[in-house]
Ligand binder design. Structure first.
Ligand code: FE2
Length: 300
């Protein structure tokens, strides 16, 4: 018999989705003022990774345990079949932002910002830095795939660092030891360097662990420049864009476009503050920007 309390815990070990993002910031701290952002650190030692794991909150550890246990090759393909028909809802981008904003978790409403406020902060920083309009828009929408939580999906199938499935797991993936409990660890065909893929097949042919990046990419793929689509589709692929792993699965096109993914990453990681943006004041600018790229309704 299933225990409802236990089921809730299984689906949601994190108090809120920001716990995962706070852990990312611990692992990839903001460079000191004046020093340039360096996406990959050639001097990073494997022990540093292990230290972050050792000091991670129990909720974060449990989140990664579940993620690494359940994200199998078959799981990813079944989630794609389930969600990528995009037949759940029809919504505008702004409606989706408001829908995401109904995601209430255990965050403290007095001090924490809503999902919409976080996204506006990201977009506003990109705007202040003088980037193109599609880049600002990408910042605004990049986490809209988190509405998967509102469709009842467990946290470990919505957020978390993504990684290829169907081939050997890189030792650059955090909490690597939890893969021992993944059923794919007992499938020899999934445990070679290339697994089911061909050398430099291109990431479009590679299945990454399922989450909010891939889902949103499919919702918006007809409407944004390719650089923006790469930012959306791979922003959680830390083993790729921050650790330099899996280059053997990437083609030259991926490698070139990953410059965009790396350009986006500091906005994703470091622009959240407690300063509350004014949704009311900013909305007209963003409604215009949305209308410039997107139809009135999208399929979700
Ligand atoms: Fe995200």
């Amino acid at each position: 018999m299933s225990d409802p309390a236990n089921t809730t815990n299984l689906n949601a070990p994190l108090q809120n989705l920001e716990e995962w993002e706070d852990f990312l910031k611990e692992r990839y701290p903001k460079p000191p003022a004046g020093s340039p952002f360096q996406a990959t650190d050639p001097n990073k030692k494997p022990e540093q990774f292990r230290n972050y794991e050792a000091t991670a909150r129990p909720t974060v550890r449990e989140f990664y345990r579940l993620n690494h246990r359940h994200q199998t090759f078959d799981f990813v393909r079944s989630k794609k079949r389930e969600f990528l028909s995009l037949d759940r809802r029809k919504m505008s981008i702004w409606e989706a932002l408001e829908f995401l904003n109904t995601l209430v978790d255990d965050s403290d409403p007095d001090t924490d910002l809503s999902q919409l406020e976080h996204l506006l902060q990201t977009a506003e920083q990109i705007r202040r830095d003088g980037h193109p309009r599609w880049f600002i828009l990408t910042g605004l929408i990049h986490d809209l795939g988190k509405i998967l939580c509102l469709f009842g999906e467990p946290q470990w199938a919505v957020v978390g660092d993504t990684f290829p499935v169907g081939c050997a797991w890189s030792d650059k993936i955090v909490f690597h030891e939890f893969f021992a409990d993944n059923p794919d660890s007992r499938e020899p065909k999934y445990q070679t360097r290339l697994g089911v893929y061909e050398e430099r097949a291109g990431l479009d042919r590679v299945h990454l662990s399922w989450g909010h990046d891939e889902y949103l990419y499919h919702v918006v793929k007809d409407y944004l420049p390719e650089e923006g689509l790469y930012m959306i589709r791979y922003h959680s692929f830390y083993p790729g864009h921050r650790e330099g792993a899996y280059t053997h699965l990437m083609n030259d096109h991926d490698k070139a476009l990953f410059d965009s993914v790396r350009a986006f990453n500091p906005y994703d990681l470091y622009t959240k503050s407690h300063q509350r943006p004014s949704v009311k004041e900013l909305r007209p600018f963003y409604e215009d920007l949305i209308a410039e790229y997107f139809p009135a309704q999208l399929r979700w």
